[in-house]
Ligand binder design. Structure first.
Ligand code: PAF
Length: 308
């Protein structure tokens, strides 16, 4: 496994792969890798001749009062896990290397960023779009792998790739969960024991909601009201958002629409604070007149990125 800390080193390695006509899979991360990242690296290693991992805590995507300074880091453990998962190249630049000066060019994706994390973290997706487009130019991947825990991020990046003709396939990959259902996240490390127990309310609520929405006459507003009551039952939580939206457009259906009349894929997306730690989770759903189908993990993985 080759470690590149500079853009020059990375370009040299990518040049060698391109010369040999090797296909490149890319997994962009902010480090503190967990099994969710490991699954992306394994998918990439399976599908491509070479896998590039980037580890870069991107300051552009953090708001002034967010956790940039305390974002967890563990380089040694990350490198060991990356190697175990078949990574060929790790790109670990410094902030100075990525942004020698404040960038005057920003990639802004409209509309899909209006709600959810786009609304509660202003500027976040401008930072994501900007860094991911820089990384795509540097790594020149054939395929790039993203976890569906950040479903809005997947929609934003797919939109950017479509609009700007990046020659890369976006591969959305299933959410990886703890045995009790909590979605893996680098931020889970911030939770104390009590909050860790409470955090399971996210996946439990998504599970319950996928049954509730099958009830005859269930509407968007009734479902969301029930979801909120369920989350509020867990002590010390503050709901940032609980929304049912079309996916991947992330536009809302009418609040009084019966869910079984909505003929497009939907996402139920949650963001909840446990103390100072804000966690997100979601579930993709497909509703139509006949039934409501909850997408399973194999279907998420099987869905080619460019289907969006
Ligand atoms: O999902 C993440 O870890 C980050 O948003 C990403 C895609 C690596 C961009 O910094």
């Amino acid at each position: 496994m080759i470690i590149c800390r500079t853009i020059t080193e990375l370009k040299e390695q990518i040049g060698l792969l391109r010369k040999k006509e090797k296909s490149i899979g890319f997994v962009p991360t902010m480090g503190y890798l967990h099994e969710g990242h490991a699954s992306l690296l394994r998918y990439s290693a399976e599908d491509n001749d070479a896998t590039v991992l980037s580890i870069f805590v991107n300051p552009l995507q953090f708001g002034p009062n967010e956790d940039l300074d305390r974002y967890p880091r563990d380089e040694k453990r990350d490198l060991a896990l990356a190697e175990e998962c078949g990574t060929d190249i790790v790109f670990m630049p410094s902030v100075q290397e990525m942004y020698p000066a404040k960038p005057l060019t920003t990639v802004i994706v409209n509309q899909v960023t209006d709600r959810l994390c786009g609304a509660s973290r202003p500027g976040h997706f401008d930072g994501v779009g900007t860094v991911v487009s820089k990384l795509f130019h540097l790594v020149q991947p054939d395929k790039a792998y993203f976890g569906m825990k950040d479903a809005q991020q997947v929609a934003v990046i797919q939109q950017m790739v479509n609009d700007l003709n990046f020659p890369v396939d976006i591969i959305p990959c299933p959410i990886v969960r703890e045995p009790d259902g909590l979605a893996l996240s680098s931020r889970n490390v911030y939770l104390n024991a009590e909050q860790r127990q409470q955090a399971v309310v996210l996946s439990q609520t998504l599970e319950k909601a996928s049954d509730w929405l099958k009830e005859p006459g269930m509407t968007v507003e009734r479902l969301l009201a029930r979801v909120k009551v369920q989350i509020d039952k867990a002590a010390e939580t503050a709901i940032d958002y609980a929304e049912l939206l079309y996916y991947p457009s992330l536009q809302p259906p009418a609040a009084n629409a019966p869910i079984n009349t909505l003929n497009q894929p939907l996402i139920l997306a949650l963001a909840v604070k446990f103390g100072a730690t804000r966690l997100i989770d979601n579930r993709l759903l497909h509703a139509n007149e006949v039934n409501v189908h909850v997408q399973n993990d194999d279907e998420v993985k099987a869905a080619p990125g460019n289907r969006y």
